[in-house]
Each structure stands twice: as structure tokens, then as C-alpha cells.
Ligand binder design. Sequence first.
Ligand code: G6P
Ligand code: MN
Length: 443
Amino acid sequence: MRLTVLGGGGFRVPLVFRALLEDSGDESGRCTELVLYDTEPRRLEAIGAVLAQHAADAAASGARPPAVRTTTDLDDALRDTDFVFSAIRAGGLEGRSLDERAALTEGLLGQETVGAGGVLYGLRSVPAAMHIAERVAAVAPNAWVINFTNPAGMVTEAMQRLLGDRVIGICDSPVGMARRAARALGVDPERTELDYVGLNHLGWLRRILVDGEDRLPALLADSAALESFEEGKLFGAEWLQALGSLPNEYLHYYYFNREAIAALSNAPATRGEFLREQQAAFYAAAAADPGEAAAVWERTRKEREATYMAESRESTGGWQRDSCDLDGGGYDRVALALMRAIARNEHATLILNVPNRGTIPGLDADAVIEVPCRVDANGAHPIPTRPAAADQLGLMLTLKDVERTTIAAADTGSRGKALRAVALHPLVDSVNAANRILAARGI
Ligand code: G6P
Ligand code: MN
């Protein structure tokens, strides 16, 4: 089976490779060929060097690493492939940095996927994703596309128009939270059944069922257990008890918006600026000494994980991330579990980005939502669930309109639509500010 990674020179690709190496299944449904596509040969060389080291280590201990091929030709990468992981960053980390700064300059949240930054990023991601969707439809119409490209919900919805249910969006945040909550309860995460509802980076864990019993009320009643893990520390036990659910970490930017902005404004660099320097240093070091690429990658990865959402942690008491949250193993494992469930018809339940089709009343059928799905050889099917609460549905409706307006702006190049998308985002408090943010980004 062949897997193509678009954005194949990206920093997180070795995590996907590591997850592939752990698959000891038989040939059918196991990835035996990995094709890495990227627009920058330099990035492919660096990541290729890391993978070569990982493959050698794995082969030495009896694993069967997939054959790896790199290419800068998109059609060549896609032709005859079975699965496509799309993980691209249009505009690079430079674009991310400029988006974040443009919003912060206006005293607004400067973040990759939330607020004005998410709209600006969407305006670049959507056209790039549509080009990919067109090429997949033309040269690999039977392939399954697993979309990591952010903003993942918006991009998946845009690609759905061409690829239908053959594109499925993924994110590691919901499963990461569920794992942490299960650990705080002292239960094996594998034994839990999750009731999670939302859009990408905008969702709530409403029930954690263990043998049919909802254990979330017990967790909510125990402030110490609650504040022992990331979401409890970010939101505080009092607010989680008042909400009656566990919000996705990205909701910190909504519920504690002014604190988040203050922390981001005081930081010496935005996340994009920090990563731009960090990643440039990694790719330069890997080019200078390919034999050391894997070691430098591992150091760089640990630093990236350890500094994730640093400003939010700083503004809520300055705590460190838990060591189990630093291992990676988030999005790469979700992606591989999804691919395996489809390829081998192994039934799995995963939280994925799929069209609503009546799952959440109040959102229309085509709206891509993030909910638990049953996966089999026919793809991902959302599990019927209870309606969302009014505050949740209200936010989802507003954000869905922002996402769709961003897609329409990207499709048409309409500045009016772009203005509408930024200004109607609930975290943007002035049309004048929205106008200046767009102008600062040349729109
Ligand atoms: C989480 C989110 C991803 C996002 C990433 C950003 O994993 O779910 O959607 O891309 O964080 O991490 P970064 O290291 O780029 O700030
Ligand atoms: Mn995500």
C-alpha cells in the first residue's frame, strides 16, 4: 500500500514515519511505500536524512520500514497512491508570523487558527488545498485524503466539495484531552467511550463513558483531579464545573481572551516567530551534517512540544506540560489508526472532521463538524449524538459562517467577503481593526 505525504519535508513527518514503523501487520493494509512531496527540495533532503536514520534503527531491530521516495512533482506524488496525508503550510512560518503580528498590533489575539489569524491563514490554505483536491480528483480519484492542513475544519469542508467523503479531517487536540482526562480518572483511555461535540478547535467533551457509566461528573466534582491535567489548569476547576464539560484547549482563547492577548503581547516572539527561527536552525543543521539530522530533529521536537501554548500556561500560573504530553503520538497515531481502519476494514472509533448530515441539529448537512465517528472500509460515519447546548451551538454557527465566508473569499478573491470573515469573527471587536489587519497583510 502506498501513502503520499503532501508537505513531506515538514517537521512532523518523522512522527508519521515512526507510527508506520510500529505497524507490524501483514502486507495487506500496511504501508510499504511512502512518497514524500514538498515544494522545497532542501526540506525533503533534511527529513529524508532523519527518516533514513529511523529506518536503519528500526531495521536493526527487525521492523520492515516502508521504501521512501521524495518528489517535487505533485502529480507524480499522487498517481496510483492509496492514501494521501495533506499537511501543508501555505505561506510558511513567515506567513504565520505576519498573521499573528497583524492581529496583535490591533490588540487582538494573534494565533495560527483562532481569530483573525485563522481567517488569514484560511485565505492562503484554501486555494492551495483546492489545487491539491483537483489533482487528486484527476490522477488518484480512488485515494483517501486525510487532511491535517489547518485550519483543518475549514480546509476539509472546502476539499469536500471536490472529493466528497474521500477527504476526512483530523486533529490531535480532542483525543489528547480525552487521554488526559481518562488518566486523571485512573481509567485506561482505550476503555472510554467519548461524547465530544464541536467544530475543529472549538469543541467540548460532554461525557466520558466507562462500561456505560458517565465518569465526567465524578471528575468535575474533584477539583484536585481536575486541576492535575492541562485543561483543568488552563480553565480552572471553577469554570469547568460551571460549564459542566471539558472544552478543547483552543477555547482558552475565547473564554480567557484578554488574558491570552496580554500574555501573547508580552512574549518576546509569537509562536510563529519562535518556530520560524527554531525550524530554520534545524533545516540548516540537517543540511550541514545529515548524519546528525535525526539527533537534531529529536532535540528540536522536544523543544517544540515543551513550548506549545507557553503563553497560555504562563498566564495561568506558569506550569509545565506533563511528560506524557511531550511524546508526540497525537495526530500521527490518529492518522494511522484512520488509515488502517479504512484499509483493513478494522472498525475503529475516532474523533474526526466529517460532514454533519444531521448529527448536530441546528447545523446544516454539509457543515464539517468534529465528532466521534465509526470508521470502516467505507470511510467515517458520525455517531448519532445529543443536541449541543445553546452556548455551544451559537459559537459553532458563528464560526461555521466565518469559515464559509473565508472559503468564499478565497474562491472569489472578494475583499468584501474577506472583511466580513475577519470582522464577524467573535474575537474581532472592530470592523476598522479588521480592515487594517487585512491591509497589513496586503489584502
Ligand atoms: C495542535 C493542533 C494543531 C496545530 C498544532 C500547532 O497539535 O491541534 O492543529 O497545528 O497544535 O503546534 P505548533 O507547534 O505549530 O504551535
Ligand atoms: Mn488541530
